[in-house]
Design a protein around this ligand. Structure first.
Ligand SMILES: [Zn+2]
Length: 262
């Protein structure tokens, strides 16, 4: 038995060590594999080894190098195409700061406010409850709030707070998981599902797709933003990137970046 495993691991090592050589020797294979290659615009990683999560409907999710997910890669492209947002001392409010964007924002020419409901994450500089933001009206030029609202008890209040602290003409980028796009749940995709009785991790997982989510947004999410006062500038940034870019960077075609103003 021991020999069997030894032989197996040796052959694995052989293939691993000779992967590039084998590809060189099999030109057709190399070309074929290229078709499946993905590229991460954040860190530049190129390969066929983007990892996926079984419960989510897409094939490629996480970059093995920088751990970016689809939405991070899409937002990265958004900021690279809208560099004016990260200039001229703009005031930027960033909820639940992800490492990728923290690094980008902290090195930009902006007044940067990485905040969260707790300071467990060392990147957080100020504890802020999104339902009661301790800043004056019309303070921020840019607000970036991705996959936060589904964790917040009073999301209506949170959205009205985001609206209140945004400057007229400023940009708020809001993302949430949406039924039929981020999750495939057997409920009406047009209507946000929220029921006080789904109050255990098991029930939340079952109905909302994740045990710490408090609702499952439907396509009516954009109405919630406009009800809070926002003017929706666009929600199809990703779709407009075109098929080849979406495939190459392993993005979700239908995922919405809600680009709002006031
Ligand atoms: Zn990456």
């Amino acid at each position: 038995m021991k020999e069997f495993f030894l032989e197996k691991s040796n052959s694995y090592k052989y293939y691993k060590d000779n992967y590039e050589k084998l590809l060189e020797e099999n030109n057709g294979l190399k070309e074929k594999l290229k078709e499946f290659e993905k590229e991460c615009p954040v860190c530049g990683h190129i390969g066929t080894d983007f990892r996926s999560w079984p419960q989510i409907i897409h094939r490629e999710v996480e970059c093995p190098e920088c751990l970016s997910h689809e939405r991070h890669r899409a937002l990265w492209l958004y900021f690279k195409r809208n560099t004016h947002l990260l200039k001229n001392g703009n005031k930027l409010l960033h909820f639940a700061p992800e490492p990728i964007f923290y690094d980008l924002f902290k090195d930009s020419d902006i007044e940067y406010h990485p905040v969260d409901i707790s300071d467990e994450n060392f990147r957080v500089r100020e504890v802020v409850d999104i339902q009661d933001i301790p800043y004056e009206d019309n303070y921020f030029d840019v607000i970036y709030c991705s996959h936060v609202l589904e964790h917040v008890k009073d999301d209506k209040k949170a959205m009205s707070e985001l609206y209140r602290v945004l400057k007229p003409g400023g940009i708020a980028l809001v993302l949430v998981p949406i039924n039929g796009i981020s999750f495939e749940m057997p409920f009406d995709e047009a209507v946000t599902l929220e029921n006080e009785e789904y109050n255990t991790p098991e029930l939340r997982e079952k109905y909302y797709g994740q045990d710490d989510h408090l609702r499952l947004y439907g396509t009516d999410f954009k109405d919630k933003l406009t009800d809070a006062g926002f003017k929706l500038l666009s929600d199809d940034f990703i779709k407009k990137l075109g098929y080849e870019t979406i495939e190459r960077y392993a993005l979700i075609r239908n995922e919405n970046i809600f680009e709002c103003t006031k």
